[in-house]
Design a protein around this ligand. Structure first.
Ligand SMILES: Nc1ncnc2c1ncn2[C@@H]1O[C@H](COP(=O)(O)OP(=O)(O)OP(=O)(O)O)[C@@H](O)[C@H]1O
Ligand SMILES: [Mg+2]
Length: 386
């Protein structure tokens, strides 16, 4: 049985609007609906400042549509209401918040500070993939960026810094335990030509992980320093959501060549993205750029492009902040399904549109890494020959 737009709308009429007034269809909050291969895609518009609180509404809409006969999947996104001039209407975070209470920037020596830290032997550059908010596609971006860098000829490793919710074993289709070298140093796991270390290889999925801040830090530093990474051009670090201990540890304990910020197009996600930007700014980690994920929708049947999520927000924000814009990754069923199958698009469909996007992003990231390292080398004292 094939699903119709009318049937989806009929189902969505059972979903109450914010504040339980009316329903989301009558209130005009539902975007155009796309149906392809029995999968349904649409967005629901909500006020930007209430997006987090209205997550249950999104989830309810998705559940209701998924439960319809003939529907195989549903992807529902919240889109922030644009007031007046779009981005300008969003409350702007101060570019540099007042001095944080943490002792982090105490040793603030602006230029070259990151360089001065002990690196990981053999690893040329370490880059963090982060966001201010969860679920925007950091891990998906990190894995495809890493594979894109490898496809561009670099030696690449991935460190899954999400101690609570590691993604890399599943995304890369790797299971089993890493071997140890002389009982202490761990050998990284490997697939598709990249080396990987993740808490997921060390702890059973069922084990409850009640890690405290300090334990998170030591787990991370161990995965960085007590792993036989060998010679790598670049180590890509998939950050957990937020701007907490793990980010600070990474920024403080290793000389990060820079950070890539992932954001979805919605204004509200960008507000969160700014938190991520500010956090790295505070600890003097160069920003390599912003990636807009789930930027637009590519219909699987026709390949047509639809801008249902207000795409372009991240590009504008990057321009405003003077941070490089790295690229737009479409929302596609392929990205999700190939991730779940442990074969990221860059390796499962290397000729496809998404793989091309990721390889281009990888190229730009590498350019930025080079530029950042040249800038910090220039900041170091010059050697003068008489
Ligand atoms: N471009 C895309 N198209 C379709 N699905 C995507 C895309 N990017 C990410 N997803 C899907 O969105 C979900 C969240 O992605 P992912 O796990 O990468 O986010 P995250 O930011 O790492 O989340 P967390 O904050 O929990 O670590 C996954 O199911 C993933 O497959
Ligand atoms: Mg993740």
């Amino acid at each position: 049985m094939s699903v119709t737009t009318e049937a989806v709308l009929e189902t969505l009429r059972t979903i109450k609007g914010p504040d339980f007034e009316g329903d989301i269809v009558s209130l005009g909050l539902v975007s155009d609906i796309f149906i392809a291969n029995s999968k349904v895609f649409f967005s629901v518009t909500v006020p930007a400042d209430r997006a987090q609180a209205l997550e249950p509404l999104r989830a309810a809409a998705e559940r209701a549509v998924k439960a319809m006969p003939g529907v195989e999947g549903a992807v529902v996104a919240l889109t922030a209401e644009k007031k007046g001039g779009g981005m300008e209407a969003a409350p702007t975070a101060p570019p540099r918040p007042a001095a944080p209470p943490r002792p982090v920037p105490a040793q603030a020596a602006p230029a070259g500070k990151q360089r001065a830290k002990a690196g990981v032997p053999g690893v040329e550059a370490i880059i963090a993939v982060a966001s201010g908010k969860g679920g925007v596609g950091k891990s998906t971006t990190a894995v495809n960026l890493a594979l894109g860098l490898a496809a561009n000829g670099l030696k690449v490793g991935i460190l899954d810094a999400d101690i609570y919710g590691p993604s890399m074993p599943r995304l890369l289709g790797i299971s089993g335990r890493p071997q140890t070298v002389d009982g202490k140093i761990l050998k990284p796991m490997e697939n598709y030509g990249v080396k990987v270390m993740s808490m997921g290889f060390l702890v059973d999925e069922e084990t409850p992980m009640i890690w405290r801040g300090p334990m998170v830090m030591s787990a991370l530093t161990q995965m960085l320093r007590e792993v036989e990474w060998g010679a790598l051009d670049v180590l890509v670090v998939d950050m957990p959501p937020g701007t907490g201990d793990a980010q600070l540890t990474m920024a403080q304990a290793v000389p990060l060549a820079g950070a890539v910020i992932v954001s979805t197009p919605q204004d509200l996600a960008l507000i969160d993205a700014r938190k991520g930007l500010n956090m790295f700014h505070k600890v003097d980690v160069p920003l390599l750029g912003i990636v807009e994920n789930m930027s637009y929708f590519l219909a699987p049947d026709t390949g047509n492009r639809y801008d249902i999520f207000g795409h372009g927000g991240a590009r504008r924000e990057a321009e405003r902040l003077g941070v490089p814009f790295l690229g737009e990754v479409p929302l596609t069923m392929d990205v999700r399904e190939s991730s779940d199958a442990g074969t990221p698009v860059v390796v499962s469909d290397p000729q496809g549109a998404q793989a091309t996007v990721y390889r281009e992003i990888a190229g730009k990231v590498w350019e930025q890494v080079k530029a950042a390292s040249a800038a910090s080398a220039a900041a170091a004292p010059a050697i003068v020959f008489e």
